[in-house]
Design a protein around this ligand. Structure first.
Ligand code: PMP
Length: 394
């Protein structure tokens, strides 16, 4: 018999899924768990977006699209980035201005593959989004961890000492998964300036760009009027030195549609498009037409609702333990109180025994001292989950 296991590439077998897998395996044994582990919103896709996708399917727009994306969606992205950042994402002779990708993950993967070589280093925050270290390793490079405890901020002052001659990129995520922490505009500018000065590409994963609570909107958009997301992409010249990655999945409740986009330095986007051509080919065509209609959806009532959930979580958790206040996204990352003498994994396992599912901090970090609570679940579930946590800690 063929030894398939022996054939497997170390780039695959070297990836460990044990931390989260164990929680999901344990969770699968529960009948009706209080599920505060999920990283996707609980609202339905807005009607105009659904209608545009259904219309595309019915009108036979089901074939491949250009690898860079359909014209209508690229036009919507171009408008959005002009209004928000003052970027001009027209294509020119040096490359594309924007690339539609298969989810934010697709954009991140293409960026790593187009940029990193064995021996290169990529700096990322600890705690980090689970995929980051693996995306860097898949490209043959080495992740370098920037300790951001306890406030979750990857600032220039924390990043600079980690930079070496091998550093090729810094991967920023604001608002962040798993902490919900949002950098200020000054902190974003300082990091962008440091990276530009050191000739290091800054990659800004802004998948939660719309999931921003009112007090976090501290910077003015390019139109000079709208209060917008603090972003390292707001300074002059940033379009040539920062790769911006955003997505549609979280904001519009369509994570299964697999749609995101990248914009920034055109020579890099051109190489990413070439790699996309021979891997993903294109993002799902009819769903691209759906997302071309996102400007018709008003998400503000939903964000306001999520801000209330955030307040409920912070009010109750901060009486029990330490956590940075989430300024965006839909996660809280709280410390397991030392008096319990438990790791994040032990705490989450004990919660599972009480029917509550959360993710241990060790899944997102070199430390296993915290737990991540997602408030993308209905408020009654969140309240019940907080009751369990109160009982465990109190
Ligand atoms: N970046 C971050 C920070 C995320 O939290 C996620 C999803 N949880 C992704 C990227 C991947 O998103 P997508 O579904 O668009 O690939």
């Amino acid at each position: 018999m063929m030894d398939i296991t022996g054939m497997l590439a170390s780039r695959a077998t070297g990836i460990s899924v044990s931390g989260i897998r164990r929680i999901f395996d344990l969770g699968a044994t529960l009948k009706d768990p209080i599920n505060l582990s999920i990283g996707q919103p609980d609202f339905d896709v807005p009607e105009p977006i659904k209608a545009a996708a259904i219309d595309a399917i019915k009108n036979r727009r089901n074939g491949y699209s250009l690898t860079q994306g359909v014209k209508e969606l690229r036009a919507a992205i171009k408008d959005r980035l002009r209004e928000d950042l003052g970027w001009d994402t027209s294509d020119n002779e040096t490359g594309l201005g924007a690339l539609v990708t298969t989810g934010t993950s697709g954009g991140l993967h293409l960026a790593m593959m187009a940029l990193l070589e064995p021996g290169d280093e990529a700096i990322l925050a600890d705690p980090y989004f689970v995929a980051y270290p693996n995306l860097v390793s898949l490209a043959g490079a080495t992740p370098v961890y920037c300790d951001t405890y306890p406030d979750g901020k990857m600032t220039a002052a924390r990043v600079e000492p980690l930079m070496t001659a091998r550093t090729k990129c810094v991967l920023l995520n604001t608002p962040a998964n798993p902490t919900g922490v949002v950098l200020s505009q000054v902190e974003c500018d300082e990091l962008a300036e440091l990276c530009a000065r050191r000739g290091v590409l800054l990659i800004s994963d802004e998948i939660y760009d719309e999931f921003l609570f009112p007090e976090s909107r501290t910077s003015l958009a390019a139109d000079g009027k709208t209060m917008a997301l603090p972003s390292p992409c707001r300074g002059a010249g940033t379009q040539d030195s920062v790769l911006l990655i955003r997505g549609f999945g979280k904001t519009f409740g369509l994570t299964g549609w697999r749609l995101g986009y990248a914009a920034g330095p055109r020579p890099l986007l051109r190489e990413m498009a070439k790699l996309q051509q021979f891997t993903f080919v294109c993002a799902p065509t009819p769903l691209q037409y759906g997302c071309a209609a996102v400007a018709q959806a008003d998400m503000q009532p939903i964000i306001a609702d999520y801000a209330n959930r955030r307040d409920m979580v912070v009010d109750r958790l901060s009486k029990l333990t330490d956590l940075p206040t989430p300024g965006g996204a839909f996660y809280a990352f709280a410390r397991v109180p030392e008096k319990l003498g438990m790791t994040g994994t032990q705490f989450c396992e004990a919660c599972i025994e009480r029917n509550l599912l959360m993710i241990p901090g060790g899944a997102f970090s070199k430390r296993d001292t915290h737990f991540r609570l997602s408030f993308a679940s209905p408020p009654d579930q969140i309240a019940r989950g907080l009751d369990v946590i109160e009982e465990m800690i109190g």
